[in-house]
Write a protein that binds this ligand. Structure first.
Ligand SMILES: Nc1ncnc2c1ncn2[C@@H]1O[C@H](COP(=O)(O)OP(=O)(O)OP(=O)(O)O)[C@@H](O)[C@H]1O
Ligand SMILES: [Mg+2]
Length: 496
């Protein structure tokens, strides 16, 4: 912001007397606009044409029964980067001040006003606004690499961040595809949040598992009397999204007749409620998502080609998590912190083996599955770090095989032995006698192996331990790899 620019102050006041006084007091460096109507003030805010807003608090309802002061407060709290609001009032009650501040006002003054104090408050509010804008500009300058709420440092995700930033600025329809749990809905929300429509509604609708007639009613609404039981007219989701964005999830699940209706709405940019023939113009941005192969569906005749072309002007294909391994440590770390806070657990880190195991798994449920696995680990964790043993067996197994693939022969043998012992102990809830029986070795030999391999079942050491956490108690330390091979031979010998 240019230092020579004057600060744009908007005074919302039903009384015209104060404006000229304030203009005099503020002097140069400020441009004051007096606006008597709250709805005009809201338009100014939406167009981002104010730096600070002053409101003469009026508790009287207007002709429609609304209380305009509260309406302005609400509008400001809904705008993402609204100018700070300073409220003044003759009302000396504490509740009024609290209501204004809780509703998002920056400051509250009781009249009669000290205009110098008011100017001081305007300057403070202006500085805050300028800082917030600078922050946004700085974020733009450091590049388009990041999108709030969407994590990733793989090349694939960096590219997706760039596309999101680009498509957010234009009105075009976007088709977001990807396996389940890859983040399609997060991407749709990000596009909306970064667009000029951010302060307008984002309406998500999933066509999945709803009967056709209900989908039609949900999307397009109905007129009074449109069908038996329609005693009131009702807006559909398209109308609810007016001015904003509609996110049509699972678009591939839409039956052919509905596809035709949707296509008409998209082409004509207007909607007719069921049972009415009065078209309602729409100003709605459309984002669609699918985890199905729409091109294949077009080939098979189950998805309309004309609709496919219309919705896929821009396509964002989210890669499965297994194809962007670089994102796994970042995501795992993020979920760890989030769930540690949510579940009030003192878990602060992931061990390298834990991360190796995550990277070896296929993640059929993608980021959502990773999120669930980390949550489960955090809930069950006993120590400050997550270990490979905290993972479900189908994932922890892969960590060890990765270790085996990477290490020297002796390290691999040692890893293999540790894995065999860990699995047996886990299967028997830490009961060493039963684990030894299963492995067909003596209990004494099992103890010796545990010592040699620095595997400790601690403090769960009882022979009939039945706690599931027993396996999680296993801690690992490095020993002498050279001894490993001999021990393996010995263990086979003893088993005979
Ligand atoms: N890149 C990411 N960064 C952070 N969280 C993510 C990311 N991708 C997905 N998630 C999280 O994973 C979960 C699943 O994401 P989302 O619901 O967007 O997936 P989806 O592709 O719509 O899945 P589905 O096809 O099953 O509906 C959400 O909790 C979301 O917050
Ligand atoms: Mg989804």
């Amino acid at each position: 912001m240019d230092a020579n620019e004057s600060k744009r102050v908007v005074l919302v006041d039903h009384d015209e007397a104060f404006g000229p006084v304030l203009t005099n007091v503020l002097g140069s460096g400020y441009s004051l606009t007096w606006i008597p109507s709250v709805s005009d003030a809201i338009s100014i805010l939406e167009r981002d044409e104010a730096d600070v807003v002053l409101l003469n608090w009026d508790d009287d309802p207007d002709a429609t029964g609304e209380k305009p002061s509260r309406e302005l407060l609400r509008a400001i709290s809904e705008l993402s980067l609204a100018a700070p609001l300073i409220v003044f009032s003759w009302d000396t009650r504490r509740e009024t001040a609290l209501e204004a501040i809780r509703g998002g006002a920056f400051d509250f003054f009781v009249q009669p006003l000290s205009v110098l104090e008011l100017r001081f408050a305007i300057d403070r509010a202006y500085r805050r606004m300028a800082l917030a804008r600078e922050l946004i500009n700085a974020q733009r300058l450091i590049g388009t690499k990041y999108v709030d709420g969407l994590l990733g440092n793989s090349k694939a995700m960096e590219y997706i961040f760039e596309v999101i930033h680009k498509v957010a600025q234009v009105f075009t329809t976007v088709l977001i595809s990807g396996e389940s749990g890859t983040g399609k809905e997060v991407v749709a929300r990000s596009i909306h949040r970064l667009s000029a429509r951010a302060n307008k509604p984002f309406v998500a609708f999933s066509a999945c598992a709803l009967p056709e007639s209900l989908i039609e009613d949900e999307l397009f609404g109905h007129a009074k009397g449109a069908f038996t039981g329609a005693s009131q007219s009702r807006k559909g989701r398209f109308e609810e999204a007016q001015g904003g964005t509609i996110f049509l999830d699972e678009i591939g699940d839409l039956a052919l007749p509905l596809q035709a209706k949707l296509l008409r709405v998209l082409q004509e940019r207007q909607v007719e409620r069921l049972g009415s023939n009065a078209p309602i113009p729409l100003d709605v941005r459309v984002l669609c998502a699918t985890n199905r192969n729409l091109e294949e569906m077009v080939r098979q005749g189950t998805f309309r080609q004309d609709l496919y072309f219309r919705i896929s002007v821009v396509r964002i294909q989210l890669p499965p998590l297994r194809d962007r391994l670089d994102d796994i440590p970042l995501l795992a770390d993020h979920f760890l912190t989030a769930f540690a806070v949510a579940h009030k657990k003192e878990v602060r880190g992931l061990t390298p083996n834990f991360v190796t195991a995550l990277a070896g798994y296929e993640w059929p449920g993608n980021v959502r599955e990773l999120q669930n696995v980390i949550e489960r680990c955090v809930v069950l964790a006993d120590g400050p770090q997550l270990h490979i043993e905290d993972l479900p067996p189908e994932i922890s197994r892969l960590g060890v095989s990765a270790e085996i693939r990477r290490g020297s022969f002796h390290e691999s043998v040692r890893s293999f032995k540790r894995e065999v012992l860990r699995t047996a102990l886990r299967l028997h809830n830490g009961n060493k006698l039963r684990a030894a029986q299963e492995l067909r070795i003596s209990r004494c030999y099992l103890h010796r192996l545990l010592n040699q391999l620095d595997l400790h079942v601690d403090p769960v050491d009882s022979e009939d331990a039945d706690s599931l956490s027993a396996a999680a108690e296993l801690t690992l330390a490095e020993g002498e790899p050279e001894q490993a091979e001999d021990e393996l031979v010995a263990s086979v010998g003893e088993a005979r």
